[in-house]
Design a binder for this molecule. Structure first.
Ligand code: SF4
Ligand code: SF4
Length: 194
């Protein structure tokens, strides 16, 4: 279980404008009406493992504590179950806000050090953009090298067995129209920025 964060926050920790920026994204506007009731934290099945509860992430985001939310484990532990969004009395799309924060963290390459989930998300996206699809073996190797090579070593036998049965391959797989995929992803990114 992750230890809950109890550090005091100061005015100087804020990044002015961050909350407004997030609330200007379609779907995230309602955040401004959060009443800090805590329903989202209460219904979240994963909040006990999070460093900041969903309620805290909402307030930290709205109050410009950019570094705290982008570096938090919470946004990566969110399983997108939408329980919080369904129950929120102010109809705040908490899950979508979590997605927005994750995207910002990936883009700015700001996340908890050696934490595997964001590394996996970034490597996955980079690989799809480059090859049009992923090659599981290469993805897993990159993940272990960038997080815990020791964990990779411990799983070498399983990797070998999967290779023997043809479930994993070292050959990088590519689609023909990979340029189209890259352009499509760039267009989505550009649209988000405008
Ligand atoms: S349930 Fe909605 S209103 Fe209540 S704290 Fe969470 S986001 Fe805010
Ligand atoms: S969507 Fe994420 S934050 Fe909301 S209840 Fe599910 S796991 Fe928790």
């Amino acid at each position: 279980m992750m230890k809950m964060v109890r550090t005091i926050k100061y005015e100087s920790d804020r990044v002015p404008g961050f909350g407004k920026e997030v609330m200007s994204v379609p779907g995230c506007e309602q955040l401004k009406s959060c009443i800090q009731c805590g329903t989202c934290s209460g219904v979240c099945p994963l909040s006990v493992y999070m460093d900041y509860s969903p309620r805290q992430v909402m307030e930290l985001t709205r109050s410009d504590f950019k570094n705290e939310v982008l570096r938090s484990h919470t946004i990566w532990l969110c399983a997108s179950c939408y329980a919080c969004t369904v129950e929120c009395p102010r109809e705040i799309r908490i899950t979508d806000i979590m997605y927005e924060l994750k995207q910002r963290a990936i883009k700015e390459r700001v996340y908890p050090p050696r934490f595997p989930i964001p590394v996996l998300a970034r490597e996955f996206t980079d690989m799809v953009k480059k090859n049009g699809r992923i090659t599981e073996m290469v993805l897993v190797m990159k993940l272990f090298l960038k997080t815990s090579w020791l964990a990779g070593m411990k799983n070498w036998r399983m990797g070998l067995d999967l290779m023997k049965t043809g479930r994993l391959s070292l050959v990088t797989e590519k689609i023909k129209a990979r340029g189209d995929i890259a352009r499509m992803l760039d267009t989505v990114d550009a649209k988000k920025e405008n």
